[in-house]
Design a protein around this ligand. Structure first.
Ligand code: NGQ
Ligand code: ZN
Length: 457
């Protein structure tokens, strides 16, 4: 048995194609794809379809603190003072709350056109810092949310040990993240069990950062990835670059590239602060740079050297990270707009004559799929049927088709132009709304009321 989809227009690897028939097998993979076909009697009829996007970097719980760190403190506010607010917020989170928040995050992602998520998961332990009976308890909650919402999950259990370079002891605020190599191995094994019970799920590992994991730690845990993805935060803040230089004599990206086998399995999240040499070397490594434009703007990180990196054929993908907003179109346009603002130019990241939206969208489809080790991002045989149908009746898209329609969605639109979303051929968003939104919203609201009950500000 297979399911037939018929798309009036679809973005295939060779470009926009009309009257596309997609046959999907019972596991959700594409069996065949043919142009210029008329719909069969049982076909599920879709309008204009693009491949689902992988969201390669998420800390789900941070969605619940969006808007809670926008009041200026006594000193100059920074990434680091935001992080203090975040650490205090974490103290209140139970496994039930984490599941409720993750489910809301995932339906917001689906409704925006993301069909897969990489959860960079580091909130492992209870409020005292002790491991739960099942060390994979919190990871299981992320998996449970994905089972309910239908998003394809790549779970990235995070290794976190130190507060900074030179093995600085972790702080009280970090107690729920901490492991040594042995307890981390047990945690990854537990997480692997939860992931294997879920369809469309994968697992990798994530040394949190060069601050939280020493080079020796990274070498020790690397075999646990077992061929899966390896993600790491890197060079997001100039403070990290300075601390890395002081401790090692090298800048973070250079230090990592010189000491680890960075290849296409790796995703370097942010990689904001690179010199030209690092930019070229990262591009040549085949790793993905995981860009999170909205979060990087929100946290005052700086601007990724996108022009030089893309000119060197560097691979990129998109993540919504802190989820201050979850909107795929907005992430892509902010990636381009940062460059426009700093260069005082337009259409900076596309080649001559090419659509900026299409160029960035396709780059992120391919980099995101690679970073999450998910068979997605291309409508082609053996890929998963992750289909995002756009609302061509929406005024933002009126009269447009092909690249112009895509540019209009990405530069002038948002999640309101997403009509339906299928993951592995299964409908997860209909008429712009996740099929489980009402119950997920209710659980989220009650979780938030109890988390913020003692909030006095
Ligand atoms: C995180 N977030 O792990 O959630 C980090 C902040 C850190 C971002 N970098 C903590 N956006 O990097 O130490
Ligand atoms: Zn992050």
């Amino acid at each position: 048995m297979s399911t037939e989809f018929h798309c009036a227009q679809a973005l295939l690897p060779d470009g926009w194609t009309d009257q596309v028939r997609i046959q999907v097998d019972p596991t959700g993979l594409i069996k065949s794809i043919e142009a210029n076909q008329s719909p069969g009697p049982d076909a599920i009829r879709l309008g204009t379809v693009v491949p689902g996007m992988a969201n390669l970097h998420s800390h789900a719980f941070q969605r619940a603190m969006a808007g809670l760190s926008e009041r200026r403190g006594p000193g100059a506010d920074s990434f680091w003072s935001w992080r203090d607010v975040m650490y205090r917020f974490i103290d209140r989170l139970t496994p039930e709350a984490v599941e409720a928040i993750a489910a809301l995050v995932q339906i917001e992602m689906l409704e925006a056109g993301y069909t897969a998520v990489g959860e960079f998961h580091y909130l492992h332990h209870d409020q005292t810092g002790a491991a739960y009976d099942d060390p994979g308890e919190m990871g299981a909650r992320i998996c449970a949310a994905a089972g309910r919402t239908g998003i394809a999950l790549t779970l990235l259990p995070v290794f976190y040990r130190h507060a900074g370079f030179n093995d600085a002891p972790a702080s009280h605020g970090q107690r729920r993240f901490l492991n040594d190599a042995d307890s981390f191995a047990a945690l990854v094994e537990a997480a692997r069990k939860h992931v294997s019970a879920l369809s469309h799920a994968r697992i990798g590992i994530a040394p949190h950062s060069l601050r939280a994991a020493s080079m020796n730690d990274i070498s020790a845990i690397l075999p646990l990835a077992d061929g899966g993805p390896v993600h790491i935060h890197i060079a997001e803040q100039t403070g990290e670059v300075e601390a890395c230089l002081a401790a090692t004599g090298q800048r973070p990206v250079r230090y990592l590239l010189d000491h680890q086998p960075v290849d296409e399995r790796w995703c370097l999240v942010h990689a904001t602060h690179m010199d030209t040499d690092e930019t070229i070397a990262l591009a040549a490594s085949s790793a993905v740079a995981g860009l999170c434009p909205l979060t990087e703007a929100s946290l005052g990180d700086g601007l990724f050297p996108a022009v030089d990196y893309l000119a060197a054929k560097g691979r990129i993908g998109i993540g919504s990270d802190s989820h201050i907003r979850i909107d795929l179109a907005e992430e892509i346009r902010l990636l381009e707009y940062g460059q426009r603002l700093s260069r005082r130019a337009r259409n900076v990241l596309a080649g001559t004559g090419a659509s900026t939206g299409r160029t960035l969208f396709e780059a992120c489809l391919s980099g995101g799929a690679q970073a999450l080790a998910q068979p997605t991002g291309r409508l082609a045989p053996a890929q998963r049927a992750d289909l995002v149908e756009l609302e061509t009746d929406h005024p933002v898209l009126a009269g447009r088709s092909g690249d112009t329609l895509l540019d209009s969605w990405l530069f002038a639109g948002d999640a309101r132009q997403v009509r339906s979303v299928h993951v592995g051929g299964r409908c997860r968003v209909h008429a712009g709304q996740s099929l489980v939104r009402p119950e997920v919203e209710n659980a989220y609201r009650s979780a938030l009321h109890s988390i913020l009950a003692d909030e006095t500000a």
